[in-house]
Design a protein around this ligand. Structure first.
Ligand SMILES: Cc1cc2nc3c(=O)[nH]c(=O)nc-3n(C[C@H](O)[C@H](O)[C@H](O)COP(=O)(O)OP(=O)(O)OC[C@H]3O[C@@H](n4cnc5c(N)ncnc54)[C@H](O)[C@@H]3O)c2cc1C
Length: 326
């Protein structure tokens, strides 16, 4: 028995959300009286393995092979099955990133394991794992328990804080991933990067979002949103109304049918606070709303509210933050 976490890697190194999950896995493992195991899969696993040790995994398992150099679902699932066998893992956790969701679902299917997707909290009750999921636009939290011997969970990014780094480093174990090119069902044709240097919404600790309130001059409105975001080192978000109106691409949409975010600070400008928008950002630590209607529902959710015209408030905030932050 052990609690295994898949440490996802991207081209630029380990995905930080995996370490948030690892921090919680250590807590879960200790409550179950067992070990936390970090499993790193890839062509080169050295950097991520060292990081997993620093973040306190009891055991760091590496599954390295040139066949695993690029992410291919069937190969990664096979390698993780080898890790689960080697660790005798009964709880398998990973971040609910795009890849994490895919891997968790296929892994659970192959293992005939119970799967709780996109959970926001985890605890141990009577020695058993309980996964907490947020449903009905964040209005209800449900406890999920498992009847299967192996339990697979994907964890919504930023549900847990980053653990302290600096542990001595756990036991290292190289495990044969048992994959050969012949086993892999996918062929990688080409990788096209869409990275435009923007801060990713789901990783951002600060988000500045704009809504239909920019309708009077959408280009100017989102320029002001982007300006404040740039001063604060924040990502740019949007409501669906702004996306549907063509003011900004869909990848910026926050909400029930967009991205779920959990930044430390969420600034909503010209957004009314519809339940479907709140579903995507209601877990933010601090919410600041800018709206010219003092009765807008967003103010019920906001920690701080500014009643005013965003075309005046946003540049004033940018100028003031610039001054104070040097
Ligand atoms: C199935 C379903 C899924 C949905 N999914 C999502 C989703 O993922 N994300 C999402 O956001 N929505 C979603 N919606 C849409 C949602 O119901 C709302 O229509 C939408 O969030 C409204 O966007 P908004 O707040 O920008 O616009 P509005 O509701 O029109 O609000 C605009 C606000 O701007 C203020 N304003 C206007 N001018 C100014 C100004 N100059 N300065 C300051 N404030 C100003 C107004 O007072 C108003 O409060 C979904 C709806 C459905 C039915």
């Amino acid at each position: 028995m052990s609690v295994l976490v898949w440490i996802e890697q991207s081209k630029s190194g380990p995905v930080a959300n995996s370490f948030e999950v690892l921090g919680k896995a250590r807590e879960i493992a200790s409550a179950m009286g067992t070990q936390s195991v970090a499993a790193v899969v890839g062509g080169d696993t050295s950097v991520s393995a060292a990081e997993a040790g620093r973040y306190g995994a009891d055991v760091v398992m590496t599954l390295s092979s040139p066949v695993l150099a690029d992410f291919r679902l069937s190969a990664y699932v096979k390698a993780l099955r080898a890790a689960i066998d080697a660790a005798g893992a009964t709880v398998v956790l990973m971040a609910a990133t795009v890849r994490g969701r895919e891997v968790a679902a296929m892994l659970a299917g192959e293992l005939d394991a119970g799967y709780a997707p996109d959970v926001v909290d985890l605890r141990v009750d009577g020695g058993k794992l309980v996964a907490v999921r947020s449903v009905y636009s964040n209005n209800i939290l449900t406890d999920v328990t498992f009847t299967s011997p192996v339990q697979v969970v994907s964890v919504r990014p930023r549900s847990f804080p980053m653990p302290e780094a600096g542990a001595a480093g756990g036991e290292s174990k190289a495990v044969d991933p048992g994959v050969s090119e012949g086993d892999v069902k996918e062929t990688l044709v080409e990788v096209k990067s869409t990275d435009s240097g923007e801060i990713s919404l789901t990783d951002a600790s600060i988000i500045v979002s704009g809504g239909r309130g920019v309708a009077q001059d959408p280009a100017k409105g989102f320029e002001l949103v982007a300006q404040l975001a740039s001063v604060l080192g924040a990502a740019v978000g949007a409501s669906r109304a702004a996306v549907d109106a063509g003011y900004i691409p869909y990848k910026h949409q926050v909400g029930q049918t967009g991205k779920t975010v959990k930044p430390d600070l969420y600034i909503a400008a010209g957004i009314s606070g519809a339940i479907q928008h709140l579903a995507g950002m209601g877990g933010s630590k601090i919410i600041v709303a800018i709206n010219k209607d003092g009765e807008a529902p967003i103010f019920e959710k906001a920690n701080y509210g500014i009643v005013g015209d965003l075309y005046q408030v946003l540049p004033a905030l940018s100028a003031e933050f610039k001054k104070r932050m040097g």
